[in-house]
Design a protein around this ligand. Sequence first.
Ligand SMILES: Nc1nc2c(c(=O)[nH]1)N[C@H]1C(S)=C(S)[C@@H](COP(=O)(O)O)O[C@H]1N2
Ligand SMILES: [Mo]
Length: 400
Amino acid sequence: MNQSSFSRRTLLKTAGGILVTGGLAHASNLMPRDIDLQKNSKDLIFRSTEPRNGEPELAKLVQSWQTPTELFYVRSHAPNPTINPKEFRLKVEGLVRQPISLSLDELRRLPEKTTTATLTCAGNRRSEYNGPEYEDVPKVGGVQWEGGTIGNATWAGTLLANVLKQAEVTEGAKHVWFEGLDRIPKNGQTIGFGGSIPIEKAMHDAGNGAPLLTHTMNGAALTPDHGYPLRMVVPGYIGARSVKWLGKIVVSDRPSPNHYVATAYKIVKKTTPLDWSESGPIYRFPINAAICTPKPHTQLAAGEVELTGYALPSGRSGSSIKDVLISADEGRTWTRGEMTGKTQDFCWQLWKAKVKINPTTKTLVLRASDSAGGFMPARVPWNAKGYLRNSWYRLPIDAG
Ligand SMILES: Nc1nc2c(c(=O)[nH]1)N[C@H]1C(S)=C(S)[C@@H](COP(=O)(O)O)O[C@H]1N2
Ligand SMILES: [Mo]
């Protein structure tokens, strides 16, 4: 990556905005956005409360295309850190000519960008890895998520690319690290939660896929659960790259050595140092989908049944859902679902379908495909950490 690919003109244009530290806009006119901080009500099923890990009931999740904050899953590795917004600084360091330190007010004065994007945990649907299909392999630990660790919110903040341009990234920059301010106990020490993305994604500044330094979620200040006062949102990538409580950005020639990049969030068969070193970090999420209504084991009379759910195309620009197909006979015949709600880059789609069942139907099976060639496979190979479960979604029903 050479310097000429970062426009010098944009640099100079945004420089004023970032470097203002004087009394231009007084902090007091920005404070109202912080007042609701403690409002943290959630309508989630908590799988653990210390740390907070919760997902919504699927039927509630698909009531709207834009996920209300109360229904947006929470995935945290440690208790929410307490951050004083007045003392907060975002630091940008590493392979840059101009290291930066930005207060919240300074961040909020930068050109604002709003993006709607879906976040999903790499562990979405993990509990299915412990189903009957996988008798011969070890149990998968970690939070036993069902299909609710996904949500589609509106995020506002400023482009990561603009701040990196301002810092003047130097040659040799290949990855951008994110460091969270939470403290996670690990092997007798505490570590921060780190993420890392390739420089090309970090510098991407067009369309819905541009990574965002985010202070606002669904029109309000981020709640503590979602990373107040500042988080990354990296559209198209697994949720783990969207680091919450973001305190530091480091530009580097290599991916972050942080545990959550170098070790966790990889597809491995065993959790040995050799296995970790042989596989790379997961970045983009693959296509996935779930049936959200009716609930599993609902009593249904033979005849026509109406189903609803979500389908997430793979995390690429221009990728949208091509087909949602449901089978009531274990994949012999398929019925096409219909998209409802919006279609937008890096966002999920909601769907509905009418399917005929008979008194012997035990399972409804869902698969989806997208315009980028992504499809949900009938089976997905087991992996030790239970990531990227995106095989056909199976809903058991009690027909009669
Ligand atoms: N600092 C920090 N950032 C984090 C995490 C964390 O534990 N600490 N969890 C990550 C994971 S695994 C996911 S899926 C998303 C979840 O974001 P949410 O809780 O806002 O839904 O945040 C990511 N960012
Ligand atoms: Mo996650």
